[in-house]
Ligand binder design. Sequence first.
Ligand SMILES: [Ca+2]
Ligand SMILES: [Ca+2]
Length: 219
Amino acid sequence: MDVRLLLPCLVPVVLALASPPKNTAPQEATHAVEWTDPAGDVHPGSTSGGERPGRDVVKLALRSDGTKLTIAATLNAPPTGDFASDVVRVYIDTDDDPQTGAATFWSRKPGFELLAKLYGCVRYEGGSACSGGLTGSKVKGYYAVADLGRFKSDPINPEQVISAMDAPAVPIQGALVSASLSYADLGVKPGQTVRIVARESDGPFDATADFPEVALTLK
Ligand SMILES: [Ca+2]
Ligand SMILES: [Ca+2]
């Protein structure tokens, strides 16, 4: 067979395989954005004491007020049990440039400088936890915090800016888990547009756990 006849057929196939996923323009929002999310789409978490139910987000709101960004997740039920975990992860592209920063872990979307996590923490008699738990300790209540990390040399593990244990505790009201991060800690200014991809922490181990990508213009 003449190899010159084969080449025109092969080249388009190779190009198709090498081309990156299609870039769809992010949703645009001013000051705030809110989404609903299905119930029943989370997986259980594993603990040393066996499996604990996943934290199932049914609504997520991101709100800016000129000084802080609030992450507010509504769960399908108020928290129970003695195990703490994050409920939502929020990747933030603070320079609105996909060429700078790290990629989201599961969906590989590029360009994020910050990763914030919203936790449902547990207060026990004699301690508290935002990840894991104190087995055998009596649970006294639940509260929310948001931590913050900045991607530097490690594209997977950001360097800590605010730890969950140092962040201000916000009481969980029913099924509403909500906490805020200041513009100063985020390194953003009023009127700036940031690109955000949020993710249901206990959602499927793939891109389907992501909420829609949004370009949010901060108040
Ligand atoms: Ca859900
Ligand atoms: Ca960036």
